[in-house]
Design a protein around this ligand. Structure first.
Ligand SMILES: [Zn+2]
Ligand SMILES: [Zn+2]
Length: 438
């Protein structure tokens, strides 16, 4: 039985049957336990427990099952989990709270305790702009967004009549460094996309199976299901159609809610579209979803997990309005919204990988969160499985995470562990060439 239950979309795939792009499965015997914190180069940061749980299901080996092996610097409040995901040793951090400030503080501490982390993956869930990008590609629930830029859409001035976003070079978050740009350029090629989406589909199945097995072993407690909730539950309403009590329900607040500026009652925020009987004639038809199977247990010709690369809007408030969503998307050019990217981005080179659990409108609910967390975790693992050393760096070389790699950037070559006896930092010229020996 294929429990992935993923929708099927028609995709023009290149013929890559003869490709040498193969994933090298690693078994426990081929892995090497890191000696210390400086052996970790990749971090995975999650804001929610449910995101963290999904990532943990794809960890191949935990390094700290017998207690904390690696410690942390004094004053670092983060709690770390370490392990191996595929061929990468990863350090996992679960943020104590959602939002930019919490993410920035945790990322700064991470840099102190794990100084060689050169890439953080911020993995979890997000709200998407349903028709995004110049081609207005339809993004559906469970798809995954990979950031090529993080935009602080809520940074600016609230004038009496409008909000003016600050988007000068000084106010904006920098563009990703060369390591990240290299990863993203490759991910966007047909050949990489095909493999990553296919592998992510395989990882998603593995995650679902592992979760089911765990549930069977568990004698009590609620089981988290990562199954596809079914395309019949993927409802995209017209942007202006509000989630509120239906006319005639007796709710005065909702009766008086006509425009975007009018409030709906607090109770309506806690109820589902089904409970409120939101008008399904206001649902936007999307052909590829209508032809998909609604049975989460049905066998399907899974194409894997789809991902989109684009700018992600990061802000401290949750977007719950279709009109507001579309307005910001148009102004800031973002394809999704989340709350931690801006905080991490400023501290550690970061790629945001988030599964779409809602459309950032008033109808958003939690029904897709687990599945979206699972698809994001699966794509994150698949991205790390690309051939070659990961993150893409030449052995021994790393860019300074705090500088962009523009024309004036300086690359740093460590001859041994930074800070260790005998460790020496040789500053190189702008082409990254270390000074001649002697
Ligand atoms: Zn109401
Ligand atoms: Zn609704």
């Amino acid at each position: 039985m294929n429990i992935i239950g993923r929708i099927t979309r028609k995709v023009d795939r290149p013929d890559t049957a003869a490709s040498s792009f193969t994933r090298q499965p690693m078994d426990a015997s081929s892995s090497q336990r890191p000696n210390g914190r400086s052996d970790f180069e990749v971090a995975i940061i999650c804001a929610l427990r449910l995101e963290f749980d999904a990532v943990c299901l794809l960890i191949d080996e935990l390094w700290d099952e017998d207690g904390d092996q690696y410690g942390k610097v004094e004053g670092d409040p983060n709690i770390y989990t370490t392990g191996r995901m595929g061929k990468c040793n990863v350090v996992l951090v679960l943020l104590p709270n959602m939002g930019k400030a919490s993410a920035a503080s945790a990322a700064a501490s991470l840099r102190s305790s794990y100084p060689r982390v050169s890439l953080a993956l911020l993995v979890g869930i997000c709200g998407a702009v349903p028709f995004a990008g110049p081609e207005r590609d339809p993004i559906v629930l469970g798809d995954v967004i990979i950031s090529n830029l993080v935009v602080q859409y809520d940074l600016g001035r609230a004038l009496p009549d409008r909000f003016v976003r600050k988007d000068t070079a000084h106010d904006s978050l920098g563009r990703p460094n060369k390591i990240i740009r290299n990863i993203l350029v490759k991910l966007d090629t047909d050949i990489d996309r095909e493999h990553i989406e296919k592998w992510a589909g395989d990882f998603l199945k593995a995650l679902q199976t592992k979760s089911e097995e765990k549930a069977k072993r568990k004698r009590r407690g609620k089981h988290t299901s990562y199954k596809y909730p079914g395309s019949a539950n993927d409802l995209l309403f017209h942007a202006c159609y509000r989630h509120k009590h239906a006319p005639g329900s007796g709710c005065r607040t909702c009766e008086d809610c006509h425009g975007n500026a009018d409030p709906a009652c607090d109770e309506s925020l806690t109820l589902s579209c089904k409970e409120l009987e939101c008008d399904t004639s206001c649902v936007i038809r999307r052909e590829h979803l209508e032809s998909a199977s609604n049975d989460p247990n049905a066998d399907s010709d899974s194409e894997g997990v789809f991902f989109f690369i684009g700018a992600i809007g990061s802000g401290d408030s949750v977007i719950r309005s279709g009109e507001h969503r579309d307005q910001i998307a148009k102004q800031a050019g973002v394809i999704a919204f989340e709350m931690e990217g801006a905080g991490v981005w400023d501290e550690v080179p970061c790629i945001v990988i988030k599964g779409v659990c809602d459309y950032a409108d008033s109808h958003k609910n939690k029904g897709w969160q687990n599945y979206a967390a699972a698809t994001a975790a699966s794509v994150a693992k698949a991205v790390m499985e690309r051939p070659g050393r990961w993150p893409d760096q030449s052995a021994g070389w790393r860019s300074n995470p705090h500088t962009s790699d523009g024309a004036n950037s300086i690359r740093i070559f460590w001859t041994a562990e930074p800070g260790s006896p005998g460790g020496a930092e040789l500053r190189t010229d702008q082409r990254g060439i270390p000074p001649a020996a002697g």
